[in-house]
Write a protein that binds this ligand. Structure first.
Ligand SMILES: N[C@@H](CCC(=O)N[C@@H](CS)C(=O)NCC(=O)O)C(=O)O
Length: 287
């Protein structure tokens, strides 16, 4: 679990904050996941919203809290925790009711959540081409300069390779765009993962068996995002759709994935243009 070390944190005021605070963004998949978890637990928390589109996460204040510059970030009684799956795992220990990581299956869950997290840049790759257009450089050179320079740059006292991985990602997109090949690779990984989930869900109500767990929350969010991008979930993974719809019917889930009608209109327009050009996710990825 990633609880930041004192030396990682430059914005010192958070060290004296009491209670539970979450830095997040409405449309961020990892934030959505964490908020659903908090809803299911009924844990009260204070919201600190950042606008990723405006690169507020690359400002000195936030990089002083999370040197990685990503959301979500949890402050709990002055402790700073990053990484959504670690945040949920920590809170499941501290607030055990209802248990969302079944006792005795912690190691298995850890592996499954690592696999889910490994797909994060893949979901971002697909999102940035198949939702609303964001231009060739979704994070400007000016914003990236702030990102490079801001914060301590360390996690647990060690220079953070994950920050560099993020910078490489944004620089690559600005240079090459999101290529068909990148989409094929990322969509292929999701197809394989969803095939596995579909097989599991043929005989189970939830991904770990009979009870709802953190894994369902995580994959609900990915499934929602892929659907939004035009991934043919219903055609390729029918059991996933049935499971998704069951969760979608629950307030704790659906209220964390609201869609601004203006953004939806931009996505629809983008999809119409992509259809006319034979460039939908289905066609590009050969799904
Ligand atoms: N592994 C991290 C991934 C966090 C992450 O990449 N968050 C995205 C939003 S979903 C973010 O902060 N992106 C920064 C940006 O778009 O500028 C986690 O699970 O917390």
């Amino acid at each position: 679990m990633v609880q930041l070390a004192d030396e990682d944190i430059a914005t010192r005021e958070v060290l004296s904050w009491k209670g539970l605070h979450l830095f997040h963004f409405m449309g961020s998949s990892c934030s959505q996941k964490t908020r659903i978890f908090l809803n299911l637990k009924g844990i009260p928390w204070e919201s600190h919203m950042l606008n990723l589109g405006a690169s507020e996460n690359f400002g000195a204040y936030y990089l002083g809290i999370n040197p990685r510059g990503l959301v979500p970030c949890l402050i709990i009684d002055g402790e700073v925790h990053i990484e959504s799956n670690d945040i949920m795992t920590l809170l499941d220990e501290r607030y055990p009711e209802p248990k969302l990581i079944p006792a005795g299956r912690e190691g298995e869950m850890d592996k499954l959540l690592h696999h889910e997290d490994d797909l994060h840049l893949d979901v971002r790759t697909i999102t940035f081409r198949f939702t609303q257009p964001r231009g060739q450089a979704p994070r400007s050179e000016e914003a990236l300069a702030k990102y490079r320079a801001g914060g301590t740059g360390t996690v647990l006292g060690i220079e953070d390779a994950k920050k560099q991985r993020e910078i490489d990602f944004w620089e690559r997109i600005a240079r090459d765009g999101i290529t068909d090949e990148a989409i094929q690779v990322s969509a292929g990984k999701f197809r394989a993962a969803l095939d596995d989930l579909d097989a599991t869900l043929a005989g189970n109500d939830y991904l770990l068996g009979e009870d709802l767990s953190v894994l369902d929350i995580a994959w609900f969010i990915y499934t929602n995002r892929l659907k939004l991008c035009g991934y043919p979930v219903a055609r390729l993974h029918p059991n996933v759709v049935t499971w998704f719809q069951g969760l979608y019917g629950r307030g704790e889930f659906v209220r964390e994935i609201p869609m601004d009608p203006k953004i939806q209109a931009l996505i629809d327009e983008n999809h119409r243009a992509q259809e006319a050009a034979g460039q939908t996710l289905e066609l590009v990825a050969g799904l």
